[in-house]
Design a protein around this ligand. Sequence first.
Ligand code: G4P
Length: 519
Amino acid sequence: MLTEASRRRSFAVISHPDAGKSTLTEALALHAKAIREAGRADGKTGKRTVSDWMDMEQARGISITSAALQFTYRDAVINLVDTPGHADFSEDTYRVLSAVDAAVMLVDAAKGLEAQTMKLFAVCKHRGIPLITVINKWDRPGKDALELMDEIQERTGLVPTPLTWPVGIGGDFRGVVDRRDGRYIRFTRTDGGKTIAPEEVMTPEEALEREGDAWTTATEESELLEASGADHDQETFLAGQTTPVLFGSAVQNFGVHALLDVLVDVAPSPAPRPTVSGTTRPVEAPFSAFVFKMQAGMDTAHRDRLAFARICSGVFERGMVVTSARTGRPFATKYAQQVFGRERTIVDHAYPGDVVGLVNAANLRVGDTLYLDKSVEYPPLPTFAPEHFAVMRAKDVSRYKQFQRGVMQLGAEGVVQVLRSDLRGDQAPVLAAVGPMQFEVAEHRMATEFNSPVTLDRLQYEIALRTTPEWIDQLNAQLGVEVLQREDGEHLALFPDRWRVTSVRNRLPDAVLEPLVAT
Ligand code: G4P
């Protein structure tokens, strides 16, 4: 079992839409020979890993299912846990990061660090997740490589330690020098990235002869990095202080092989996990896992509820009956599945680091711990600062009971945060979410599952700050500001924009207005 656990590398890709995450995912799978041909990546047209479990998903052509792609590479088992992006950016995107042991920060060479990447980076930093950086799209004109290193250091505080360095500027991609052994790996274009690029490796002498000035510049820059101490260091990488960097072109499948090697060589395998009691549960302890995502209605015929759980310790065996730490009730894992996009495979055995989809999971919730034999509970998953707000009302007021039940359930599952105030009353709670997609999920489930169709009216707030009860009246008196209480008791002051926050802070300099940190 320990051997299996130590073979695992579980990671997620954090990036901004369009940086190439789907393309990279396909390329990784291709390299792992999980699929033969990397189809053209285009999540927006819904041609690819789009699941058809929910009508809504089909209609929008996007996937709202985060699940894991598992494949073997060398002697490792790689779990790539999907982080929903694009319009389906949500709490789940953040929560996925609690299920991985490392993350790959994918950066568009022309755009540098973008907003969504920075948001996800903040969560990685908070959780101490080691980060590998991939500078993508080097086949296109982009920023200067050294400039990008500065940007990473300034904006993330991580010291970039490039493992490869590009030969040729963005748009004139000749290849990379492998800074660990000085070899030159020549970039070869493949037919639309459909096949694995053959790797041509050369000695420095051969590289100089072939590439001339471009090679000289690359090696000089690489030496400059060495002099400034920008070489990979395993300890500081695991401590979240440095980030190994690779350059590549996902669409050409270049650099992907290097990324897989780096994942196997430097990314951590599952470690003992901290529990609520302050101890850690070793990976070799009896089975334990926690639920980081719930998916409803994946199979419309069965109204099925799927719980995605990350295994933390022990061996999972299909059919085993485990205990839910929250309810103390047994849960039979009859049909555990691995889910990625459309594909579902039945899982017979799984090990720490793996993600399984547990069916018939109506009684499970996000954050639940499951265990066998020796009881354990993992800390609850954090809530994140919401950026989208909407008032929800029942279309048919006589269905008040169903409405309240649905609201409670969606809040408890972490689909949305539910905010209330005396002013708005119980019939019109405010839903808050990280991404607007969650509102559609809530609307859909209220109608289909709780039999209470609803209307949702978006509110013009964008920022939520934590405040305390004594400030409620004064804040409510400010134009465009409203205070509501979240279910965990926290008071949230909502603002339409940063400008309003500043002006209220000027007017009420003593008011408690703090950023909502993930707890
Ligand atoms: P995402 O999942 O992060 O949102 O990005 P996705 O993979 O969908 O890629 C976004 C666009 O960037 C796609 O182009 C994709 O082909 C392109 N791309 C990804 N990696 C690279 C790369 O290494 N080099 C270059 N030049 N382009 C890359 P698109 O125009 O949106 O779609 P398509 O017309 O290429 O299908």
